[in-house]
Design a protein around this ligand. Structure first.
Ligand code: NAP
Length: 518
């Protein structure tokens, strides 16, 4: 099984041991990054494996490979030799692994390492892009049978991750560490086992030290939320496709449920710049079901073998699951939205309610269709006006553009006639997007019931203004949990047991916010 390797990047041995002791229960291996140590501390590395009490990788990363060692190669060889010197017959007191680069050529040092059971990790780093032929590179790097080959490159797109996954499949019997550095590669770290990687590197991100490399995950999050050490070839994979995907509650929600019910499954974020490439990755990894979020709810339709009537009606899918014929698209935003809104309003339907829907993207399609189904009358306003018009047409709703400073403000009169309920569905104010208010020219009367579908942050500038004006307000957290419960059913055919849901909801938003602020 793939191992969780805690990367230690403190300036002193003492501090590294403090960090290791704090996070020990989450890590299988530690990596001592000697290049991060103060120069005088580097004299004392030899005793580190004994003090650490778990297998340790000795690494002195050069600055050209993304590390901090800027001395000459002679000085580095001397330091490595110090780390491997006075080898003990009790192997636990020696470094278990030493990381040496592909172009490093000091046979005597390698020989000394092998003699006392220190395994060589032969590494290659490409910080500015990918490698042309990864399988060929892996094969060419190996000098003796017991080495672990490490290939790390910076991924700038989903196709870069796909290339690494294919390479892994082409070298099934080679002990290897494959690292996709950067945001697009995050799931390759969580699913290291499925990528055939001997280990994944993590850092203690809540400490002040620098992470070992760009995109490394938190050691605790990997172990506790994703249950990294329990992922095997049999573990079922689910996940979420979108971009930028920095603030979704879904991984926390699904993984907490799987953990509580002891299901052998993991739910991972799949940030993607290409639907077709990410679906190829999903197919290769045998992913069972996927949530779809911004900006792919409409684009995903081109990739589906079947769609449910609700997707047919609204033209957007937020849930896809695997069938014999291919992916089946469904939409749980509709039911999640209406259940949350009706509960919030304390109503059974929307008859006699005049509603402004702000936005005409993927989720607005679900909102408009539910408002219509429940008997409400709506005005849809959107930055791109023709999208508001197209969305409004089948329901005979009113439509318009967003009121703009120095531009068209006539729509404000119309909004004041459709202001029993206001539903904000744009991405404006969401974490990762601009923190502004899409309707700043509208003055709330205080009588509106206002729902903002965004839940990260919990209060957007728009929702805050509504609250300050005395409006009744709700954010999108309740809706996202309701629609996720429905997704769970689409994925597994079962329902989340009430008892577990209560357990999750007790910690609910608080736990989620704690994770995010950690
Ligand atoms: P989408 O399909 O990408 O649509 C984005 C919408 O935001 C479009 O109406 C777009 O207008 C508008 N927009 C984006 N940037 C804008 C800007 N700078 N100024 C004005 N309008 C702007 O995304 P989506 O899937 O509909 O999701 C939209 C939001 O809803 C996201 O924040 C998402 O997190 C949230 N959401 C919440 C839940 C929940 O369960 N709580 C579920 C789904 C979605 P144009 O048409 O002019 O581009």
């Amino acid at each position: 099984m793939s191992k969780n390797c805690l990367c230690l990047t403190a300036k002193t041995i003492k501090r590294n041991l403090e960090i290791l002791n704090k996070y020990r229960k989450f890590a299988d291996i530690a990596e001592l990054r000697v290049d991060c140590l103060d120069s005088d501390e580097r004299l004392y590395i030899r005793r580190f494996p004994e003090l650490a009490g778990l297998p340790v990788i000795l690494t002195i990363r050069r600055d050209v490979d993304g590390g901090y060692f800027s001395g000459g190669e002679g000085a580095r060889v001397k330091l490595l030799a110090n780390g491997l010197a006075y080898a003990n017959a009790d192997r636990r007191l020696n470094f278990a692994y030493v990381d040496i680069e592909d172009d490093f050529d000091v046979p005597s040092l390698e020989e000394a390492a092998r003699t006392f059971g220190t395994r060589i990790i032969r590494s290659f780093h490409e910080l500015n892009g990918t490698i042309d032929n990864v399988p060929a590179k892996i094969k060419s790097m190996q000098r003796s049978g017991d080495e672990i080959i490490k290939c790390a490159y910076a991924v700038k797109s989903t196709s870069d991750v796909l290339q690494m996954l294919k390479a892994s499949r082409e070298c099934p019997n080679q002990d290897k560490i494959l690292i996709c550095m950067g945001h697009y590669g995050i799931y390759s770290r969580i699913l290291a086992e499925k990528f055939g990687s001997f280990l994944t590197y993590s850092s203690a991100l809540s400490e002040s030290e620098v992470p070992g490399a760009p995109g490394q995950m938190d050691v605790r999050e990997l172990a506790e939320l994703y249950r990294f050490q329990k992922i095997t070839n049999k573990t079922k994979i689910y996940g979420l496709i979108g971009y930028p995907l920095k603030a979704s509650v879904s991984p926390w929600f699904f993984n907490t449920i799987y953990n509580l019910e002891n299901t052998d499954a993991v739910y991972v974020p799949f940030p993607a710049d290409s639907i077709s490439h990410i679906l190829e990755i999903a197919k290769t990894l045998n992913v069972q079901g996927l949530s779809i979020t911004v900006p792919y709810k409409e684009a995903i339709l081109n990739e589906l073998a079947e769609i449910t009537p609700v997707v047919q009606a609204i033209g957007a899918s937020n849930t896809i699951s695997h069938s014999e014929n291919g992916w089946v698209g469904d939409n749980t935003d509709c039911a999640g939205f209406s259940a949350s809104l009706l509960d919030f309003l304390g109503k059974k339907n929307l008859k006699n309610q005049k509603i402004t829907i702000i936005g005409a993207g993927g989720v607005a399609r679900a909102v408009a269709s539910e408002v219509f189904r429940l008997g409400g009358k709506a005005l849809i306003i959107n930055r791109t006006i023709h999208k508001a018009r197209n969305l409004a047409a089948p329901y005979n709703f009113r439509w318009g553009g967003l009121p703009q400073n120095g531009g068209d403000t006539k729509v404000l009169d119309l909004i004041s006639k459709y202001n029993d309920v206001m539903v904000q569905t744009t991405s404006v104010g969401m974490e990762g997007y601009e923190a502004s208010d899409p309707l700043e020219l509208y003055s709330f009367t205080g009588k509106e019931a206002v729902m903002d579908l965004i839940y990260t942050p919990a209060v957007t500038p728009f929702l805050k203004r509504a609250m300050m004006s005395g409006c009744k307000t709700i954010n999108g957290y309740d809706m996202v949990i309701r629609q996720a419960c429905l997704q769970y059913t689409r994925f597994t055919g079962g329902e989340i047991p009430e008892k577990l849901l209560v357990q999750v909801n007790i910690s609910g938003a608080n736990a989620w916010n704690k994770i995010r602020s950690a």
